[in-house]
Write a protein that binds this ligand. Structure first.
Ligand code: C2O
Ligand code: CU
Ligand code: CU
Length: 535
């Protein structure tokens, strides 16, 4: 069975959706990009120093997260066993801890830039775990490296100042070879940072600032989660057959006919989404992984890989009370990942179109806050001061047979080479290459062509350029117009045959940190390495 024989009807049937078929083909042809030869984006220029981003002092935020086994109602019928983070606020404003109604997902934490965070993880599940703060500039002891994993019954204390800009960061488990499983069976918490610069932008807030955590899952006939149903899942990464938003299938968000701020997290283990609105309206993007863009920009669709976040501005007055608009994922070419996944596993292959969720405009509103033309001063790095301007540090991500490697190596708990050692304070060019062996994306044991969302712990970086191998250009062009490289990032999707250059400064702490593919099955399979910052 190959990709083309798996029709969208099959997929909708799997999803339990019969109707709502969107005119995907017209959408796709409308936004088919024209890709030039190996485009190189010019080096970003140094922006003027950021406007004051110091925030009024906030008292420390203290909370505990109990990792527990629980039961929640996700599908009609029997409850589903999950693992959860159960939060308790110890000190801080009550508004710092928000829960998602009816969701098995963890709380949403709100912190301020400059605030001290004190958190205690209590492990009450049946295996070791540790908690990682994805996207945060954080001391190594607080970063959730698997060597800090704690056993059942133990606790781990975190303390750090929030150095990051306002933005949508997140928390997930990071134990050795069990990140994929533990993230799958429960837990994603958003960790939202605010600052004065963001407040000055005057974006919709409170109930008009909505988190949307997108994940795919698979359930058995008893409503229990199914993980790694086939061998192939370890190579392609887990691909489910039901899309959940904030932990719910067929998610419908009731909204008012006014502007909203949407914070999207792709909390899936391996699935890439090509997000668009069902009415063909372009998406207005206001932020990426590391916070607000300099100014809003528009995309016909947005490509969102596992681990990545994107924030959107949307004015539902264009839909009007009584109307609905869907968030959909469009079709894209997915190389061997889709074909193999489709052939060997019950999961829906990458690149098949489907509905993600529905916005239902249920009431009128007279509120018309306008979209700010200037959002922030991101204050990107000056490429001129990089220590390796002409010799980027290069990391090759490759599938070698069944396993993923970085520069030919796999993860080892304390393994780090000289090549993976950088100096505290240095600004460097790093280069991530997705070396898809075997040609045609179907090298089998020569290595499958797989998307690799590359993530670096402890830093935010700026994407400088992307280059695509001629052999992969057509496939690439079905996703590349959806990249948003204009803001701060901690995770970047590197497609088969692609090389991405980023500028990154190791400015905060010395220590041992991780970089890895955020396809969680690739990560658990060893496509992860340490890097070391020395002072
Ligand atoms: Cu979300 Cu090691 O990462
Ligand atoms: Cu991370
Ligand atoms: Cu990968």
């Amino acid at each position: 069975m190959n990709k083309s024989s798996f029709s969208r009807r099959d997929f909708l049937r799997l999803l339990g959706l019969g109707s709502g078929a969107v005119a995907f083909n017209s959408l796709i042809s409308a936004c088919q990009p024209f890709l030039q030869n190996a485009p190189i984006v010019p080096i970003s220029t140094h922006l003027p120093p950021s406007i004051a981003v110091t925030s009024a002092p906030h008292a420390p935020l203290e909370f505990s997260l109990r990792a527990i086994q629980g039961e929640v109602s996700i599908l009609p019928g029997a409850p589903t066993r999950v693992w959860q983070y159960q939060p308790t606020l110890i000190s801080g404003e009550a508004s710092a801890l928000q829960t998602l109604p009816g969701s098995y997902l963890g709380p949403i934490l709100h912190a301020w830039r400059g605030q001290t965070i004190r958190a205690r993880l209590e492990n009450e599940i049946s295996e070791p775990t540790i908690l990682h703060w994805h996207g945060l500039r954080i001391p190594e002891q607080a970063d959730g490296h698997p060597r800090y994993a704690i056993n059942t019954g133990e606790t781990y204390d975190y303390e750090f100042p929030v150095l990051n800009r306002a933005g949508t960061y997140w928390i997930h488990p990071h134990p050795h070879q069990r990140t994929g499983a533990q993230a799958y069976y429960w837990m994603a918490c958003l960790f939202i940072v605010h600052d004065d610069e963001e407040q000055a932008a005057g974006l919709p807030d409170g109930e008009f600032d909505v988190p949307l955590i997108i994940q795919d899952r698979m359930f058995d006939t008893q409503n229990q989660l199914v993980y790694l149903a086939s061998m192939m899942d370890s190579m392609t990464g887990f691909l489910g057959n039901v899309v959940l938003v904030n932990g719910q299938p067929n998610f419908i968000l009731p909204v008012a006919a006014r502007p909203y701020r949407l914070r999207l997290l792709n909390g899936s283990n391996a699935r890439v989404y090509k997000l668009a609105y069902s009415d063909n309206t372009p998406l207005t993007v206001i932020a990426t992984d590391g916070g607000l863009l300099a100014a809003p920009l528009q995309r016909n669709y947005v490509t969102l890989a596992p681990g990545e976040r994107i924030e959107l501005w949307i004015d539902f007055s264009r839909v009007g009370a009584g109307g609905t608009v869907k968030l959909v994922s469009l079709e894209f070419a997915s190389g061997s990942g889709g074909m193999m996944g489709g052939g060997m596993s019950a999961g829906v292959p990458q690149g098949i179109p489907f509905d993600v969720m529905t916005f239902s405009v249920e009431r009128d509103s007279a509120d018309r806050p306008t979209l700010p033309p200037v959002l922030s001063a991101p204050n990107f790095y000056n490429a001129e001061s990089a220590v390796n301007r002409n010799a980027p540090r290069r990391f090759e991500f490759a599938m070698q047979g069944m396993v993923g490697t970085i520069n030919g190596m796999q993860f080892g708990m304390d393994d780090v080479t000289d090549y993976e050692t950088v100096k505290l304070g240095d600004l460097e060019f790093w280069e991530f290459a997705n070396v898809a062996g075997g040609g045609m994306g179907m090298g089998m044991m020569g290595g499958m062509a797989q998307p690799h969302p590359v993530h670096v712990h402890g830093v935010q970086f700026k994407i400088i350029s992307r280059q695509i191998d001629r052999a992969y250009r057509n496939e690439y062009s079905t996703l590349s117009d959806g990249f948003v490289d204009d803001g701060w990032k901690d995770t970047v999707l590197v497609l088969p045959g692609e090389t991405v250059q980023v500028l990154v400064r190791f400015e905060d702490y010395a220590g041992l940190y991780l970089y890895h593919c955020h396809n969680l099955e690739h990560e658990d399979g060893g496509m992860m390495r340490n890097y070391k910052v020395v002072s």
